[in-house]
Design a protein around this ligand. Structure first.
Ligand code: ADP
Ligand code: MG
Length: 346
């Protein structure tokens, strides 16, 4: 016989490698868990681009001591009970794979305390399994996830990360995007041992100020557009909030567009292409626009379970919805363009 089942450990490690492909990618999962836990603050510390250390602390619900033993097992979650539940999901997570995957590619330590407990507990995980018993320690309500030596057991993956600086930049980018979306949550990011914060946003800062703070120059001159109408509701598009650069803005640096669909940070190539097309008639060659878009669609028309990283989504009426958004952006750009020409005339 030449076909035989793979060893479970191998299966788990292969699956984990698909979900946790980089520090930034692990961070996205852990950050989403902190937000799912209702935390109003998220603090991130990284060393060596997150490969040596990636630590995320929150002040969310915490995890009960009884849940710690199965925390890093694959497909264990507190967020989804049935397949039908997928269409009314209000959390980022649902697959119960993130912590499991992280424990297969790194040394994972979880320190957590719930409101009901008067101590915190610290538990360590390797390859999906809790090693030893949770240890009671002093600590505040909330959770700290500490990920050390990512890919210590996968040298070829580790070797593929050439620059700690680039990996850290990607970490900052992930936090920056969520910080705009979750504008009532306080966020910090820093390198371990560095007294200076790379990102520091307090809870009361507005969305627009956050955009300026984290994206810098591109965000200085944005048009704000809010869409909500009957005709788009028939397509399943409930609302959209979009910030985009004026036609007079010609960015030298290309900053990829940021899209959140029903709260999820996603890539949407047809939308990106549509927007690029529109801007191409306003921009000079070699210059760039910037677009930030949040849209809410009827959950019934959205499929979030396309990819293990949840990075892609599909929705019904995709073409019509994208065209509705692009046309609205185009109209605003045209107005801004004509007023600009008018003002600059002698
Ligand atoms: P998922 O988010 O898909 O449920 P994860 O592996 O990311 O799967 O997390 C597993 C479970 O661990 C979650 O369902 C949640 O109950 C718990 N958990 C993880 N991180 C946190 C956190 N920061 N605060 C509270 N609970 C958490
Ligand atoms: Mg999760």
């Amino acid at each position: 016989m030449s076909i035989r089942p793979l060893d479970e450990k191998v299966v788990n490690r292969i699956a984990a490698g698909e979900i946790v492909v980089s520090p930034a990618n692990a961070l996205k999962e852990v950050l989403e868990n902190a937000l799912d836990a209702g935390s109003a603050v998220v603090n991130v510390v990284a060393a060596e681009g997150g490969l040596k250390l990636l630590q995320v602390s929150d002040a969310g619900t915490g995890i009960a001591k009884e849940d710690l033993p199965i925390l890093a097992q694959r497909f264990t979650t507190s967020k989804l009970d049935s397949f039908e539940g997928l269409s009314s999901l209000s959390t980022y997570g649902f697959r119960g794979e993130a912590l499991a995957s992280i424990s297969h590619v790194s040394r994972l330590t979880v320190t957590t305390r719930t409101q009901q407990s008067n101590v915190a507990y610290r538990a360590q995980y390797r390859d999906g399994v809790m090693t030893g018993d949770p240890e009671p320690i002093a600590g505040r309500v909330g959770t700290t996830i500490t990920i050390e030596d990512m890919f210590y057991n996968n040298r070829s993956r580790l070797a593929a990360f050439r620059s700690h600086r680039d990996e850290f930049a990607k970490i900052v980018e992930v936090v920056a995007r969520y910080a705009i979306k979750c504008a009532t949550v306080a966020f910090t990011v820093k390198k371990q041992g560095d007294p200076h914060f790379t990102i520091s946003l307090n809870a009361s800062m507005s969305k627009l100020n956050r955009l300026k703070n984290v994206f810098g120059a591109v965000a200085n001159d944005l048009i704000e557009m809010r869409l909500q109408s009957e005709d788009m509701a028939t397509l399943g598009l409930r609302s959209a909030l979009c910030y985009f650069t004026k036609p007079s803005y010609h960015g030298k640096k290309s900053v990829p567009p940021v899209f959140f669909i029903n709260g999820r940070l996603v890539q949407c190539d047809p939308l990106r292409r549509g927007l690029n097309n529109i801007y191409s008639s306003f921009l000079q060659k070699g210059t760039h626009s910037f677009v930030y878009l949040e849209m809410e669609v009827d959950p019934a028309i959205l499929d979030v379970n396309i990819h293990p990283t949840k990075r892609e989504v599909r929705f019904l009426n995709e073409e019509e919805i994208i065209s509705h958004i692009c046309t609205s952006v185009l109209n605003q750009l045209a107005v801004a363009d004509s007023s600009h020409t008018f003002v600059s005339q002698p």
